[in-house]
Design a protein around this ligand. Sequence first.
Ligand code: TXA
Ligand code: MG
Length: 369
Amino acid sequence: MITEAVRRLKDGELVAFPTETVYGLGADAKNSLAIEKIYATKGRPSTHPLIVHIAAPSAVTTNQQLSPETCANEWLQVLTPWVRDLPPAALQLICAFWPGPLTLVFKKDKHVLDAITGGQSTVAIRSPNHLVAQTLLQQFGGALVAPSANRFGKVSPTRAADVCAEFGDQAEIMVLDGGDCELGIESTIVDLSSSDGLRLLRPGSITPAAIYAKTGLRVDSINTASELSLSPRVSGSFKAHYAPNTPLYLYQADHLMVSLEKLATQLLEKNHPGKLRVAIGIWQGAKSVSTLAADAALSSIQLEFFTLPNEHTSFANGLYRSLRDLDQQQNDAIFLPEPPYGEIWDGVRDRLQRAAFGSGPSSANQVNS
Ligand code: TXA
Ligand code: MG
């Protein structure tokens, strides 16, 4: 399978492959026509840059005990064709976290194609920690650009079947099946290209606290108090992304009832035919909410409860899978609880808020609670 995938990539075709985060839609990073196919297939604006995926040096993958100098030298060789300026912090981060779910943004080498970077002066690079992805990259012998293998703005795929569902009508896309992705949300992105220090561009499994603990480097985090506010009232300030077709609402534990009643009223005003079907995620071990179902105000709603893991890695692992499965179940709405405060939940919170904002056939899901 990998041999066939390599042949296709060399022919300028697209191959979807698993990583530890989500499935990527890969193309030869040196082939502008193949890169154009990615934008066309995803329906992605050409100004939205792509991540370059590189193979880990074999000395790194076969020998865990490399000295920091040897490790840095090994990575330096694979990065040199892509990066103009490699600050010392970069090599510290790379030796601590690569291969792994950390994407780094560098000033780009002049040979990096504009098609990858959207004409910007920077390039994003990562080395995925997944055997199939690494084997593919090694055997291909070059770098692959790989956005998440979904149509632009939609839920990222974490199973091969999700990729097939997304692009099933396009037989020319080969999909390598590596089972379920371990982490379930996209890599953390840290920008190293600015003189103002390291900046977190996208939260993920590797948090600024984890980076500090391993390297002593400080990454400026997104301001959780304002930009990542938990209130659904500000969801209009977030871009739509990772979105299911079914309207998704985030609820505060104490306001579930109020939010449901508002939804029921809104939909009744729109003369929704028959009983509404609403899927509601509740935290594992949370107080029973079955009494809700008996509430007279909600008699027009059929409530389907399901439990969610309290632990952030398990939640992230199942998040996109659940959103995709729930989308198949003909629900009129999905309700998920807002995640707890705290940096370890930032990746999940970011995805949920964007998903809620972009969900549904229109933006009709802004329940003000
Ligand atoms: O986990 C991941 O990163 C997955 C797997 C497949 O590796 N890939 C992924 O790619 O999430 P994509 O294209 O769905 O998201 C890439 C993000 C976009 O938000 C893009 O704006 C950002 O990376 N990005 C790419 N190049 C950049 C650059 N030069 N500067 C700033 N952001 C960049
Ligand atoms: Mg994506």
